[in-house]
Design a protein around this ligand. Structure first.
Ligand code: TXA
Ligand code: MG
Length: 335
């Protein structure tokens, strides 16, 4: 039997493993990432191998703060600086032109690099331990710590469930508890005068718009690849249906009337319409709690062997936009 990767809570341990080019799963405020030293081709190659992620899909480079942008990017658009100043550290990823030394492996062959400064104290402590005179602006390449196309992990145990068979004994899982936000960062492509939202997430479009001009239609051939934007992504084994109105709910309810293995996720305000036979996977009181509990609920559905998950969508504004986006992708296989 393979030796399992070790759990730790010690940032010095994690920094040492990263320096030795091992992989370290790390907590962020959004979801857990599978981290490797961004400047190590060996570590970056292993990230793709462990995730079974196609090499054309770029990864986010996590940095300590906006002073490190210069090291990783060039021709930095003013919008990038404004957003970093307003929302870092936090759940916002900026896509900017890459510096010449940034490897094609990180960027999927694109001319841009995705940068984010996470706010989780343990992640920040690891970056601080990595910072030396030889490595003044360390970057940790970290996609979500799930296998490609699956639900992102929001606890250290989720990471172990996803990846323990694929990690090495020298790799580590840093246990930083439950992720506070629970869904991935907002990704914006920064241009000189405006930004394009490539993935809705923890920072709302309303919040972005207080700082920069937000172009909601991304366009044309120049559109970068974002694997989260594949139709079927964030999927559990159970079939997921997102319901946004009464007519859809009635249709789903009659289709599943005889099925005993149905789980439901909905706001506490909506629970009164849900049949008592459906298993309550999560009944969050607020939209933020909906985001925080969503991926655990989807994993829970699989653990219980449910065939279907019915998710009553939250309102389509604020963080609700990102929740609906993830539910739409998770449900792409159903109807
Ligand atoms: O919250 C998050 O963003 C988490 C935590 C760990 O930071 N990370 C995450 O990584 O969700 P991942 O790899 O699962 O999703 C990152 C997304 C991908 O869809 C990828 O295509 C996109 O970022 N991306 C990376 N580099 C890009 C680039 N140069 N241009 C456009 N999209 C890029
Ligand atoms: Mg992911």
């Amino acid at each position: 039997m393979a030796l399992l990767p070790r759990f730790t809570k010690d940032p010095a341990d994690a920094a040492a493993a990263l320096r030795a080019e091992a992989l370290v799963a790390l907590p962020t405020e959004t979801v857990y990432g599978l981290g490797g030293l961004a400047s190590s081709p060996t570590a970056v190659a292993r990230i793709f191998q462990v995730k079974r992620r196609p090499t054309t899909h770029p990864v986010i480079v996590h940095i300590a703060d906006d002073s490190a942008i210069e090291h990783w990017a060039r021709d930095i658009p003013p919008t990038a600086r404004l957003l970093a100043e307003a929302f870092w550290p936090g759940p916002l990823t900026i896509v900017v032109p890459r510096a010449p030394h940034v490897s094609e492996a990180l960027t999927g062959g694109q001319s841009t690099v995705a940068l984010r400064a996470p706010s989780h104290p343990l992640f920040r402590a690891v970056l601080a331990k990595l910072t030396t005179s030889e490595l003044p602006a360390p970057g940790i390449a970290a996609p979500s710590a799930n296998r490609f196309g699956r639900v992102s992990p929001t606890t250290a145990n989720h990471v172990a469930d996803e990846l323990e068979n694929y990690l090495d004994p020298d790799d580590l899982i840093v246990d930083g508890g439950d992720c506070a936000i629970g869904i991935e960062s907002t990704i914006v492509i920064c241009r000189d005068h405006d930004v394009v939202v490539a993935r809705a997430g923890g920072i709302t479009i309303e919040a972005l718009a207080t700082v920069v001009t937000v172009e909601t239609q991304s366009g044309g051939d120049a559109e970068p690849r974002v694997p989260g934007s594949l139709a079927s992504h964030y999927s559990p084994n159970a079939q997921v249906a997102m319901v946004t109105n009464g007519a859809e709910f009635a249709r789903v309810q009659s289709a599943l009337a005889l099925n005993p293995d149905v789980g439901v996720i909905c706001l506490a305000n909506d629970i009164h319409v849900v049949p008592t036979s459906w298993i309550r996977l999560a009944v969050p009181g607020t939209v933020d709690q909906y985001a925080q509990q969503l991926y655990t609920a989807l994993r829970d559905a699989d653990r219980r062997g449910l065939t279907h998950v019915i998710a009553l969508a939250p309102p389509a504004d604020g963080v609700g936009v990102a929740i609906r986006d993830r539910l739409r992708r998770a449900s792409a296989r159903m109807f």
